[in-house]
Write a protein that binds this ligand. Structure first.
Ligand SMILES: N[C@@H](CCC(=O)N[C@@H](CS)C(=O)NCC(=O)O)C(=O)O
Length: 205
């Protein structure tokens, strides 16, 4: 299995999941600084020009973070990364969809890729502010789901691997202050060996 990733990108959620599972896999760097995601070599892997992409051993490629996360959890039940009841599984998918499609794509992307949201540079501060407000709203919606539990659903799951990059980006990339509850959650995730190994492999801390 090969994970196509970029350091500090949302692919870190899948990178954590692979580390939690603990089976051998290969990391393949997609170098955004060289626009490698738009070059023919990567377009042959994923015409979407996005990471994460997971190439299975038969050469087939899976894209979209929630789908890859769910596939890895389902095919590795021994890792215990997904509730076994239908309600729990649906809640995990609900969380991952909100994390990726709303908080990441509508919020953080406005902060990190501001110019792609407006042709007018004068509008960019407004775009960033809108993105920050969307992220802050996302954190305000997700924090009560966590409540006083250690993890989003009580038991650790792929939803936490997804929420990790949201709280990590808020704190480390976007200077969005975390509440004490979310800071404690981030610290709890950072203490997991799988998360430490992912960060070390991506040159982060
Ligand atoms: N909907 C996709 C989003 C993936 C995505 O936006 N990835 C970003 C990195 S965080 C990317 O590859 N961006 C490269 C680009 O847009 O040029 C998913 O869930 O996997």
């Amino acid at each position: 299995m090969k994970l196509f990733y970029s350091p500090n990108a949302c692919s870190m959620a899948i990178h954590i999941i692979l580390e939690e599972i603990g089976k051998p896999y290969e990391l393949v760097l997609v170098n955004f600084a060289q626009a490698a995601q738009y070059k023919p070599e990567y377009l042959a892997v994923s015409p979407k020009s996005k990471v994460p992409a997971l190439m299975r051993d038969d050469g087939s490629v899976l894209t979209e973070l929630p789908a890859i996360a769910w596939y890895l959890a389902k095919t590795n039940p021994q890792a215990n990364l997904l509730p076994t009841d239908i309600e729990g599984e649906a809640r995990v998918l609900e969380l991952l969809e909100y994390i990726t499609a709303t908080v990441h794509m509508r919020g953080f992307t406005r902060i990190f890729r501001t110019a792609s949201f407006t042709p007018n540079p004068a509008d960019e501060p407004k775009v960033v502010e809108t993105g920050r407000n969307m992220v802050i709203q996302g954190l305000q919606i997700l924090e009560p789901v966590l409540g006083d539990k250690d993890y989003l659903l009580g038991q650790y799951s792929i939803a936490d691997c997804g929420f990790f990059y949201i709280v990590y980006w808020a704190s480390r990339r976007a200077s969005i202050p975390l509440s004490p509850v979310l800071q404690a959650y981030l610290d709890r995730l950072l203490a997991r060996p799988a998360v430490s190994r992912m960060l070390a492999a991506e040159g982060l801390h």
